[in-house]
Design a protein around this ligand. Sequence first.
Ligand code: HEM
Length: 208
Amino acid sequence: MIQSLNSTLRRVPAWPLYIVGLAPLLWLVWLLSTGGLGVDPVKALEQNLGDTGLKLIIAGLAVTPLRKYAGLNLIKFRRALGLLAFLYVTLHLTVWLVLDIQLRWGEIWTDITKRPYITIGMAGFAMLLPLAITSNNYSVRKLGAATWRKLHWLTYPAALAGAIHYVMVVKGWQITPMIYFAVVAQLLLMRVKLSRGRMLARFAPDSR
Ligand code: HEM
């Protein structure tokens, strides 16, 4: 079953994922232009973009454990997931800067330094930035695969920052942000386990 799914997916190019991934954005633009975003469209837009960004970061993080534990190979879609996540988070930040806080730089700086959920969100964005910049084949070649892979570990703290930011944004203890946080923490744990397993295998006496 998984093998036939993998061989079907091998024949599917990655580019249609960009179109599918842009659909929620087009839907949001449509809602915005037709007044379908409710009484506070800026807030709704900001929330939707942040939500989609976090979902896509999580989808990207799930690729490796899905291959390892379920045998499902989605590696070739990972770059598209990462770039789409970056796009949504960048738009989320842009809506905050331009529509919410309206480029009042003094206030922006105060919020970044004094509001912990903004500080953490900004840290998440800062970690996604080098990942997006180096997500091309030229950077992989230039940095070398090992350095590139090390750099891309930043996805985990970035996802963690995004999930903590979400927990802090909402009032009180709400279940949805907790679920996101638990999923990110679980994916991080699985990744640490996988890396430890690989390291132990490399240094095991019978592997030489
Ligand atoms: C990794 C980066 C980030 C992720 C994954 C992320 C994700 C999210 C999520 C999921 C929400 C809650 C949406 C909801 O209530 O359904 C949110 C809210 C929010 N985020 Fe972010 N965010 C990130 C970075 C940022 C940055 C850099 C800023 C601005 C400096 C920011 C500003 C906000 C604001 C103001 C809200 C509250 C919106 C409201 O309810 O009024 N976020 N974000």
